[in-house]
Design a protein around this ligand. Structure first.
Ligand code: SF4
Ligand code: SF4
Length: 99
């Protein structure tokens, strides 16, 4: 019988919604299970962060970040056009603070 193997390759996208910190991630895969869009797959090697297979289909709901038991193991990064920058203005026009 012929043995077949398959390799999962992430679909290219112009966005990178998730950043994993491999030093912090404990490979529990809770983020994979909670994702409502099923865009994550377990890693090829146990203990590594998950793979983002369909980055363009992320809803930016944040469920993966909220479910993660390790702070900073996964970070959500919104597309550049959705990253708000607030500018606090002094209505008397004397100073300006950017935050
Ligand atoms: S932000 Fe939401 S849709 Fe995107 S990977 Fe996380 S859980 Fe899935
Ligand atoms: S939930 Fe957090 S610690 Fe667990 S696999 Fe995902 S990023 Fe890693």
């Amino acid at each position: 019988m012929n043995e077949k193997s398959f390799e999962a390759v992430p679909v290219p996208a112009s966005v990178t919604p998730l950043r994993f910190d491999a030093e912090r991630c404990i490979g529990c895969l809770r983020c994979v299970e909670i994702c409502p869009m099923d865009i994550l797959l377990p890693p090829e090697e146990k203990g590594l962060p998950p793979r983002v297979m369909w980055p363009g289909e992320c809803w930016y709901c944040g469920a993966c970040v909220m479910e993660c038991p390790v702070q900073g193991a996964v970070t959500l990064r919104h597309p550049l056009m959705n990253q708000a920058s607030f500018v606090e203005r002094d209505l008397l026009g004397t100073s300006c603070h950017k935050g």
